[in-house]
Design a protein around this ligand. Structure first.
Ligand SMILES: *Cc1c(COP(=O)(O)O)cnc(C)c1O
Length: 364
């Protein structure tokens, strides 16, 4: 048995008829840029997430940029975020010439710790950018209360969490702006790069729509300095074909996580992921903690079980952020997580047998 981490090939074979037809239809029309599929997809994303406005864009990274551009983030502004995330979260803040200000995470959820945010706020703080790591939304009520109190914007990096809910609502609908990614290996992936921004504010939505196409409202009339940030029509077609299956896939991913949890529950040397009771995860990753990661990885690799480490080095220790002046020990919980986390294969199509084999190899 060979186990595939994300099993995109299996997924394609399952939906092949619909996906091939969707791609062929774009080829037949040759409407490659902002074709009607993009518009259709946006309406479907709005229906799925219950955000008032969804704007499809070129990647999750560009979604973060569009959000900050729309909120007029300026050089020197500070944005509070987590050091335990993918580089794009803080990289885009720095690209805006703003300053990423890190706040440590909670040990159980791996997400930013709201109790530590206020101490990081200065007169230059403009926004808080929490991340829904591994597919679970952070403590949004607490974060939003702090944002409101200090007149800060809330930008949710939901690149890993499209479809996750917090107190019954999709996290795409809960920020001033929420961003997601359709990178192939994310829970809802296209066949290349893609992303989306979401907001309930129609003025910000309109602005992001323009920013996505070089800041133009009307062709060759540029109201803003924008970017080339469109989603390809082909990618929209792929997503439109996959979206009707997505609710089921989320359910299957949750069942896979539950099966892992059950198999690992009696083993205190491995700490299973914790999902808070008022929210659901879309399980972008199934990530456990262990103090013997290297040995486990090697053992699993020999048994044909792929694993991954998201992320081995917290952002405040990255060379590119040396100029921020952080040092080892500044965010001990993120640093510990970076030493201990390991992600097991996760996709909607893992069978009970495969899950047993993986946990069997993990434990013996
Ligand atoms: C994947 C990811 C991004 C970037 O998305 P891309 O589509 O790859 O540009 C940003 N933030 C987080 C937390 C991510 O996991």
């Amino acid at each position: 048995m060979k186990i595939d981490f994300a099993n995109l090939q299996h997924q394609y074979q399952l939906y092949k008829t619909e996906i091939d037809a969707a791609i062929q239809s774009v080829l037949n029309k040759s409407n490659y840029i902002l074709g009607e599929e993009v518009d259709l997809l946006e309406r479907e994303l709005e229906a799925f997430s219950e955000a008032k406005h969804a704007i499809a864009c070129s990647s999750g990274t560009d979604a973060l940029l569009l959000a900050m551009m729309a909120l007029d983030i300026e050089p020197g502004d500070e944005i509070i975020t987590t050091p335990f995330t993918f580089i794009a979260t803080a990289e885009t803040i720095a690209l805006m010439k703003a300053k990423p200000v890190f706040v440590d995470i909670q040990e159980d959820s791996f997400n930013i710790d709201p109790a530590k945010i206020e101490a990081a706020i200065t007169p230059k703080t403009r926004a808080i950018m929490p991340v829904s790591l591994y597919g679970q939304t952070p403590d949004l009520d607490e974060i939003k209360a702090i944002a409101d109190k200090h007149h800060l914007k809330l930008i949710i990096d939901g690149a890993q969490s499209f479809g996750a809910t917090y107190k019954g609502k999709a996290d795409s609908a809960l920020g001033d702006i929420s961003c997601t990614s359709f990178f192939p290996a994310k829970p809802l992936g296209c066949y290349g790069d893609g992303g989306a921004v979401f907001t309930n504010d129609s003025i910000i939505a309109e602005k992001m729509r323009m920013l996505r196409v070089h800041g133009q409202g009307q062709r060759y009339h540029h109201k803003y300095i924008g970017m080339g940030g469109r989603l390809d029509t082909l990618q929209a077609a792929v997503l439109l074909a996959k979206l009707p299956h997505y609710a089921n896939e989320i359910k299957y991913r949750q069942q896979v996580a539950e099966a892992y949890n059950n198999n690992l529950s009696d083993h205190s040397e491995l700490i299973s992921p914790q999902i808070k009771p008022d929210r659901t995860s879309v399980w972008a990753q199934y990530t456990i903690r262990t103090s013997t990661r290297e040995a486990l990885q090697e053992k699993l690799q020999k048994a044909g079980v792929p694993t991954a480490v998201h992320y081995p080095k917290p952002l405040h220790r990255q060379e590119c952020f040396e100029y921020l002046g952080y040092k080892d020990g500044d965010f001990p919980i993120a640093e510990k997580a970076a030493r201990e986390v390991i992600s097991l294969p996760m996709n909607a199509f893992l069978t009970a047998d495969e899950i047993s084999l993986i946990t069997e190899r993990l434990l013996h």
